[in-house]
Write a protein that binds this ligand. Sequence first.
Ligand SMILES: Cc1ncc(COP(=O)(O)O)c(C=O)c1O
Length: 405
Amino acid sequence: MKAFLKFISLAAVAASLMCSCQDNAKSGYDELDAWAENIVAAKRASMGYPVNQNIQLDRFYKWYLANNLENVGLNNVGDPFGKAGGLLGAHNFEREVIEYFAPFYDYELDNLWGIVTNSGTDGNNHGIYFGVNYLRNLTGKMPIMYVSDEAHYSNPRIADLQNLELRLVKSDPMGRMIPEELEKVLDPTRPCLMVYAMGSTFKGAIDDMDALNAVLDAYPEMMVYRHVDAALFGGYLVFTEHRDMVSSKKYRINSMAISGHKFFGLDDPAGVFLTTRDVYDHQSNNSVPYLNGDMKMINCSRSTSSVLKFWWMIHEIGEQQWHQQAEAILENTRYFKEQLDKIGYPNWLNEYSNTIFFKRPSDEVCKKYMLAPNYDEQFGGELSHLVVMQHVDKTLIDEFVRDIQ
Ligand SMILES: Cc1ncc(COP(=O)(O)O)c(C=O)c1O
């Protein structure tokens, strides 16, 4: 009997193995397979977070696997603009990615430096770190960092991490830094490290850089470095008629962080960090013999597959399709707001934004659409927001409006 049972259980294992070979979608680990099934099913209606779910990487992964790259240890360690060259990665492709995006934000190719980052936070970390070093090396003084109280939490967190003196500047109810409040907390005897929000996370507010720069310009002796956290909006605004809003020249922006997994549809966290050669050249030297170069960036290892995916997207999707996607996002956002207004549902939207915030609906609706919660007395207390990304079309919007009705 014992031998028979053993035979039966061995036969079951063999059958399940044969089955997993025949059915590539099954890993043989039930919990993993169940998770994959759920996450794929949930993506259709997800709109609480700024993630483009119309990812188009099928051909990329086929190429990657066909070339056995999944079994190669890749790493973009080192400076993509340095002389040493990347041994384990793809510095040439990384440089191409940076040089492709830079002109959209009015950076000149002969005064450019940048990297593909691990995330928006990583880009902000570099912007703030580079800003501190730039100002300190040029003035001999530590700067004070200013950012609005509505900007993404990574910014004050990074100030804490880098042990910086931080002044949180009050924002207006719609989330924009208030110029008069900046004036109140500004210390012109110290260099100014200004972080502007180009799309605050919850309310989608864009700091009024003209008005805020005017406050700073009243102190010509105060040296200023401007970093823009353009994680989401920096992706789509350059492909609209409002492209000027992200012009580094117009607003004297020294560095910018833009995410890759938001508008651009990378399937893993990544981003680009853009700055000038002038800023890079005023960083402290950090010669690392084993990498045969000067390592001014914060991280050692960086992802090669993100670089390859970015490069792939530039060639497979590119400017024309990004224009169409950006216009569709803004058009669908307008439509979404109109539908909410029609049913009298309290909601608010900033200009140029794809992020609508509104009275928090039932738990059931929040769960189905993966809505992000927040709380703000100025708008009646419990709120949620939704972000109109490429996969949020009119059919989904109508379904959502029916659900909250
Ligand atoms: C405005 C803004 N900045 C920075 C970040 C952080 O980006 P990441 O999640 O890529 O680190 C976010 C995330 O949503 C964001 O909305």
